[in-house]
Design a protein around this ligand. Sequence first.
Ligand SMILES: [Fe+2]
Ligand SMILES: [Fe+2]
Length: 273
Amino acid sequence: MSFETRKEVLDWYERQPRALTPEFISNIAWDRVKKHELDRRFVPILIHMRDIEVLTDMYHQEMRRTPTGKDPHISKFMERWGVEEITHGEVINRFLNEAGVETGEKWKAEVHRSVTLRYKANQYLIGVLTNLIGDKFTATHMTYGAIHELSTGQAYRRMMKLANHPVLTEIMKAIIREESAHAKFYSSVARIELKRSEFARKTARFIINKFYKPVGQGSRPKKMTHYSIGTLFKGAEGVEWIDRTVTRRVQSFPGFDGLTKVTETIDKIQAGY
Ligand SMILES: [Fe+2]
Ligand SMILES: [Fe+2]
C-alpha cells in the first residue's frame, strides 16, 4: 500500500488496534516468568531497552518544538506513539521485576535524571537548527525515525530468538506489532516527503550518512548501546540480519539508493565486541 498524503498515513495508523491493551497486559502469564530461566546476559539489554522506551517522552517534547512536531498529522501520531513507547518500557520493567530483577519504585525518574547535560545541550542545538531549516527538515526526521523504529523492532526480534523465554516471547511479539506500525508510519511519511523535494533527499541522506547513531546512543551511555548490539547482532549472521531488515528497506526510500551506513555502523560495533 502506498500513501499520497500524511493524512492517509495517519488514518491508517489510527485504524491499527493496540497490541498492548490493559487486558493484554493483565493476561500475560506473569506467574510463569520465574518458572523459566532468563539468561542473565540479557538483563542489561532489557534495562537499556526499557530506558530508551521511556525516554521517548523527552524526545517527544523536543519534537513538539520543531516544525515537524507542529504538523497536525505528525503531532497526532506522536501523541499515541509516545504513549505506546512508554507502555513498552513499563511492561519490560514489570518483566524484569517478575524475573527477580529489582528496579526500585522511582526507576522512571532515575532514567530521566540520568540523561547527561551534554545530551540536553546537544538536543537544544539540534532544535535551534531544525527550526532554522523549517519544515524541509521533516523528511530527515521521518527517515531517522523509520531507521530507529525498524532497528528497534529487529532488536526485539533478536532478543526473542536468543533469550528464548516463553513469557518474554509473548511480550516481545506484542511490542513488535506496535513497533512495526511505528516503522510503517515513519517510513510512509518519509517516502512522501523525500519524493517531494530534492533538497529534502539530499539533506536527509547527508545527515544520516554523517551522523547516524544507533537508537539510544546519546541519551544512554555508549557502552550500553555497544553491549546490546554486540550481544544481539554478533557476527556475520547478525550483521546480515540488519542489512536485510533495515539497510535494504531504507535503500528503497527516494534518494537512499546504495546507502550502507546502518550496516557499517552495526558491523563496526559488533566487531569491537
Ligand atoms: Fe517501543
Ligand atoms: Fe516504536
